[in-house]
Design a protein around this ligand. Structure first.
Ligand SMILES: Cc1ncc(COP(=O)(O)O)c(C=O)c1O
Length: 388
């Protein structure tokens, strides 16, 4: 059976069946080895595998599955989402500028500022919700633009098709961090985006138990760079983590379906709660970008953000939660809650925080697969304890 024939949920489960012979095993084995036997002196390092640093069958199976799911020719798996982003940025040179959506994970900005700034790669913020101002900000030194949609943490939605059209007109590389969606909900390459990056730590792994990332693209030059980068630096996913990601991908649709159902119910509950002054969630019909999200994604996902009234003591609220886990990260089966202004977005400049609605009253919730009655009950009891 050709894997192309199935529906996407089937492909998530069986997409790794093709191409590689693992002795008929139902799941891809973990190849724990640091090197592979060579055919003879003078033979290439590359075929089929050389040193562990250069390749591994578990990693290769994962990358084939990721490329297939994203509709890409090439995929490369990394030890974190951040290292995946860094591998692409490392392909630029001193004097180049990367535009960064003003609504992105703070770690992406820190990577550009604290690491790549040392190598002369500059960056500037852009607002891709206003495509005219995005276009106006493309100068000769700009080589690429990286955005998230929906963005972390206030779920702002950029029109991918229009964004890609403008970037193409000016010959710059488009990079979309698809972490909040996963290929189950959104495939940026279908909208003519050049590069998709994801933190596999989140929805793909799905269990808050590993750190990983990947890059997928149809751009051969970038793929050649990424291959060389992994070979020469050894920055690549380890076989055990590759196995766990392959396993996570099989249940992706079931988890996201339940998580989205729960997130919608929580958003509707929050809408009715007088202690909640604002909700950011692309599943609500009055949210920014609701129609665009419907056009380009198969669902709103399961991360939402909301602002709490001044009457609520936020540290008390977070400390009073019993089921919902107060901690960074998102996308796992356990619901996680965070306070972006003091964590992931802390180091962003104040004007960027303001433009992307990150206030001290903002809470981000990554909804898990628990019974939603327990989650709503937990929010309710914690609000009660924290309100004066
Ligand atoms: C949108 C987004 N991209 C990338 C990352 C970085 O992922 P990792 O923790 O796997 O490096 C995160 C982490 O929270 C994120 O939210």
């Amino acid at each position: 059976m050709s894997r192309e024939k199935g529906y996407f949920r089937t492909q998530l489960v069986h997409g790794d069946d093709a191409d590689i012979d693992h002795g008929g095993s139902a799941s891809v084995p973990i190849y724990l080895t640091s090197t592979f036997k060579r055919e003879g002196a003078g033979e290439s390092n590359e075929e089929p595998f050389g040193r562990g640093r250069m390749g591994n069958p578990t990693k290769e199976a994962l990358e084939k599955q990721l490329a297939f799911l994203e509709g890409a020719e090439y995929a490369f798996a990394f030890p974190s989402g951040t290292s995946a982003i860094g591998s692409v940025i490392a392909s630029f040179r001193s004097g180049d500028t990367v535009l960064v959506g003003n609504a992105v994970f703070g770690g992406t900005v820190n990577l550009l500022k604290k690491i790549f700034g040392n190598y002369g790669i500059g960056f500037r913020f852009v607002n891709t919700l206003d495509l005219k101002s995005f276009e106006d900000s493309i100068t000769d030194d700009v080589k690429a633009v990286i955005i998230e949609t929906p963005s972390n943490p206030t779920l702002l939605v950029t029109d991918l098709e229009e964004f890609a059209r403008i970037a193409k007109k000016h010959g710059i590389l488009t990079i979309v961090d698809n972490t909040f969606m996963s290929p189950y909900l959104q495939k940026p390459l279908e909208f003519d985006i050049d590069v998709v990056i994801e933190s596999g730590t989140k929805y793909l792994a799905g269990h808050n138990d590993l750190v990983a990332g990947f890059v997928a693209t149809n751009n051969k030059d970038l793929a050649d760079w990424l291959k060389a980068y992994q070979w020469q630096s050894g920055v690549r996913i380890q076989p055990f983590d590759a196995f766990l990601l392959l396993r996570g991908i099989k249940t992706l649709s079931v988890r996201i379906d339940r998580q989205t159902e729960n997130a919608l119910a929580i958003a509707e509950y929050l809408e009715k709660n007088s202690l909640v002054t604002k909700i950011y969630y692309p599943g609500l019909s009055d949210s920014q970008g609701y129609d665009i999200q419907k056009k380009q994604a198969a669902g709103p996902g399961a991360v939402l953000a909301f602002e709490l009234d001044e009457k609520v003591n936020i540290p008390k609220f977070l400390g009073a939660l019993e089921w919902i886990f107060f901690g960074g990260s998102l996308g796992g089966v356990e619901s996680l809650i965070s306070h972006p202004a003091s964590s992931s977005q802390r180091s962003l400049p104040d004007d960027i925080k303001k433009a992307t609605y990150i206030s001290d009253r903002l809470i981000r919730l990554s909804v898990g697969i628990e019974d939603v009655r327990d989650l709503i009950g937990d929010i309710e009891q914690a609000l009660k304890k924290a309100t004066h």
